[in-house]
Design a protein around this ligand. Structure first.
Ligand SMILES: *Cc1c(COP(=O)(O)O)cnc(C)c1O
Ligand SMILES: [Zn+2]
Length: 442
């Protein structure tokens, strides 16, 4: 209990800043079914606005909806007749009803790969699927969340889109701003993978490297929000965070719809800040409440790299607070040492009967290669983390191989080529059949 209070006190500096700098709390903004912001700790409600912390208790705010009047059958028909992107779920998202017609990247509706070869390799008999979000416009799941934040930025009149990023978000924000005709200025740790830097810079926005790790970048952005220099800026994962976060629900919606409106039994999700995992749970619960899927139990498993495993460490120790770590792993997109949603992830893993596990960098590389060689899916390090953790959880008897299991791949292997730099030519030969035979390849 005392520890929860400490957690809140730590947030206090940030929170008072957020409350001070509310540009507008215009309750007439049109964000579809979103009706208010609600505190995840105390339930206090405020009108929709660019705020992220509760004025009463400094807890994080999230979107509350008015889904009354939605009929399950009609909603399902409407979704199925919708576009092949996240906007098919617009009636369940904090976006205006006409969102599909606005310039944005239209992410989502990525492949749910039935991974039979991988299943055989891992001994899974209940059906194994890889939700492959490398297929998004900027090749990571971040396009989903940025698309929501963009709509909120438009609604609140922000003219610059910004973020603190471990790499993928920077690219997603740069691309979304380019398409929408907004300025972007994003912040990353200066020592990210070259592929991530290029894939963020190419969209022409401003890209600033900060001498420090992600947690330093994030702290800097919180200061910028409270400063006149940051006026008119929508930080997708700070002052627009409640809207941003809802984008992850679309992963849950798509997985269930692609399974034929069925819940998976088990789902393995990577953890950076933990936001994605908590919103996948929220999305699944919404589908149950709306009557779009059968109400039955599911388990959510969280996956981290051993070199940045604050949540899995807390899970295994039975703690309900997450002690920050200094990240040191090749899975840089997940390298958040002080994950904002960590305690909520612990709650969800425990409530659903799941777990949180971590794998070493070596196991991550092995898992990237395993997925590539069994299913033809080239994952970034974050995908190596989820596949590696899935394998480990099966070996440890934690994940049930007889149950339907979905593993997330949230980014493209082209972004983290360094991780598999050791792979290359099988042989170099002269262009003759003799040479080919000599190399033992015939
Ligand atoms: C950002 C990111 C995640 C998860 O992020 P959360 O902060 O936990 O929501 C997962 N995979 C990749 C590749 C990412 O870039
Ligand atoms: Zn509160």
């Amino acid at each position: 209990m005392a520890k929860r209070v400490v957690r809140k006190m730590r947030r206090k500096g940030l929170a008072s800043m957020a409350v001070q700098t509310v540009a507008t709390t215009d309750s007439t903004v049109d964000l579809g079914p979103a009706s208010a912001l609600s505190c995840r700790e105390c339930g206090h409600r405020v009108p929709l606005g660019p705020v992220f912390a509760c004025e009463e208790c400094f807890g994080p705010l999230e979107i509350a909806y008015d889904f009354s009047g939605l009929d399950a059958e009609e909603l399902r028909r409407r979704i199925e007749a919708g576009p092949a992107n996240i906007w098919r779920y617009a009636p369940l998202l904090p976006v205006p009803a006409d969102v599909a017609g606005k310039p944005n990247l239209n992410p989502g509706w990525t492949n749910l790969v039935k991974a039979d070869n991988l299943a055989r390799e891992l001994g899974v008999t209940g059906g194994l699927y890889v939700k492959d979000d490398s297929g998004n416009p900027t090749h990571s799941f971040k396009d989903r969340v940025v698309a929501q934040a963009l709509e909120a930025a438009r609604a609140f009149g922000f003219t610059t889109l910004s973020c603190s990023s471990t790499g993928n978000l920077a690219g997603a924000v740069g691309a979304a701003a380019a398409r929408a005709g907004l300025r972007s200025c994003v912040f990353i740790p200066h020592d990210l993978e070259q592929g991530k830097i290029v894939m963020a810079a190419v969209y022409g926005g401003e890209l600033v490297g900060i001498e420090g790790n992600y947690d330093d970048v994030n702290r800097f952005c919180s200061e910028l929000i409270g400063d006149p220099a940051g006026e008119g800026w929508g930080f997708v994962n700070v002052n627009l965070r409640p809207y941003y976060a809802e984008g992850s629900k679309t992963l849950a919606y798509e997985i269930c719809e692609q399974l034929g409106w069925r819940l998976p039994d088990q789902i393995v999700v990577p953890i950076a800040s933990g936001s994605q995992l908590t919103k996948i749970d929220k999305g699944l619960r919404e589908l149950i409440a709306l009557g779009l899927v059968e109400d039955r139990p599911y388990k959510i498993f969280g996956a981290q790299a051993a070199g940045c495993s604050p949540v899995s460490t807390a899970f295994k120790a039975g703690h309900d607070v997450v002690r920050p770590q200094k990240p040191d792993t090749i899975a840089k997109s997940l390298a958040i040492g002080n994950p904002a949603d960590g305690p909520y992830v612990l709650d969800i893993a425990r409530r659903t009967g799941g777990a949180v596990e971590d794998v070493t960098d070596e196991e991550i590389v092995d898992a990237i290669k395993l997925l590539a060689r069994t299913e033809g899916v080239f994952a970034e390090t974050a995908g190596g983390v989820t596949v590696g953790v899935t394998r480990k959880l099966i070996e440890n008897g934690v994940l049930d191989p007889a149950k339907t299991t979905v593993v997330l791949n949230t980014g493209d292997g082209l972004k983290t080529l360094d991780a598999v730099a050791g792979t290359g030519l099988t042989a170099t030969i002269r262009p003759t059949l003799d040479s080919f035979r000599e190399a033992g390849l015939a």
